[in-house]
Ligand binder design. Structure first.
Ligand code: GRF
Length: 224
C-alpha cells in the first residue's frame, strides 16, 4: 500500500512541522511537501534540512485572498495529498478553498475548542479563570477554528501561570498531539462525514483525548 501523503502548510517557526517529521515512520505517513506563505518562515529550513520538497507562496504578492487560495490549492493538488495539515498557518482560508479540501484539511489550535477560537488563546484562558486549557486538532470548515474536533490534549493551569509559561508547557503537548492524530487518520480510523468527526465509522460525540503519560487515546469526558 502506498504511504498516506501529507502536505503541511506553515507560516512560521515550524515546531509542529518538526514533530510531524520526527514521527513520520512511526505514524505511517509521509510528508510530500511543505508550503509556507512566508518566505522567511523558520519552518522552511527545518523542512529543507529534512530533505523535504518545499514551496513558498507569498500572500503579499497576490491581489486578493481568492487568488492566493486558488494558487495554494493548485500547489497542494500537484502533490496529490491524502491530507492537508495546517501547522501554524496564520491566514484565514476562504470558503471555496475549504470546501475543496473538506474532510482532508486539519488544523492545530492552542485551546480546548470550542473554547477560545481565534488568537491570544492563553491570555484569554487565564483571564477567564478556567482550570483546564490545552490544544485541539480539528477538521477545518468555513467557520474559523469551528470545525469538528478530532483530538485534544489537556493541561491544568497553575495559579502563577502567565501566557508565556502556558505556551512553554503546552507546546510540547501539541507536538505529541498532532502526529498522533495524523497517524490515526493514516490508519483510516478517523474520517469526516456531514461536518462530524467519525472514529471507526461512527460519529464521535466527544473529541478523543490524548493521555500523554500513557501515550494512548481516551474518549472525551466532557469537562475534565
Ligand atoms: C502552535 O501553537 C499552533 O497551535 C498554532 O500556531 C503555533 C504554531 O507553532 N496554530 P509552530 O510554527 O508549529 O512552532
Amino acid at each position: 500500500m502506498s504511504a498516506f501523503r501529507l502536505v503541511v502548510v506553515i507560516s512560521g517557526r515550524g515546531s509542529n512541522l518538526d514533530s510531524l517529521i520526527r514521527y513520520q515512520r512511526q505514524g505511517g505517513y509521509q510528508i510530500a511537501a511543505v508550503i509556507s506563505n512566508r518566505p522567511q518562515a523558520a519552518g522552511l529550513e527545518i523542512a529543507r534540512q529534512a530533505g523535504l520538497d518545499t514551496a513558498v507562496l507569498d500572500h503579499q504578492s497576490f491581489e486578493n485572498r481568492e487568488q492566493f487560495d486558488r494558487e495554494l490549492a493548485a500547489l497542494i493538488d500537484r502533490r496529490q495529498p491524502d491530507l492537508v495539515v495546517l501547522a501554524g498557518f496564520m491566514r484565514i482560508l476562504g470558503a471555496e478553498f475549504v470546501s475543496r479540501f473538506e474532510g482532508r484539511l486539519i488544523n492545530i489550535h492552542p485551546s480546548l475548542l470550542p473554547q477560545f477560537p481565534g488568537i491570544k488563546t492563553h491570555e484569554r484562558a487565564l483571564q477567564a479563570g478556567v482550570q483546564w486549557h490545552g490544544a485541539s486538532v480539528h477538521f477545518v470548515n468555513a467557520e474559523v477554528d469551528g470545525g469538528p474536533v478530532i483530538g485534544q490534549v489537556r493541561m491544568r493551569l497553575r495559579p502563577d501561570d502567565d501566557a508565556a509559561s502556558v505556551a512553554d508547557r503546552l507546546l510540547p503537548l501539541e507536538h505529541r498531539l498532532l502526529p498522533r492524530v495524523v497517524a490515526l487518520m493514516a490508519e483510516g480510523r478517523v474520517s469526516y462525514a456531514e461536518n462530524k468527526t467519525c472514529l471507526d465509522g461512527a460519529p464521535c460525540a466527544e473529541p478523543l483525548v490524548l493521555n500523554v503519560d500513557a501515550d494512548c487515546w481516551e474518549p472525551g469526558r466532557g469537562d475534565p
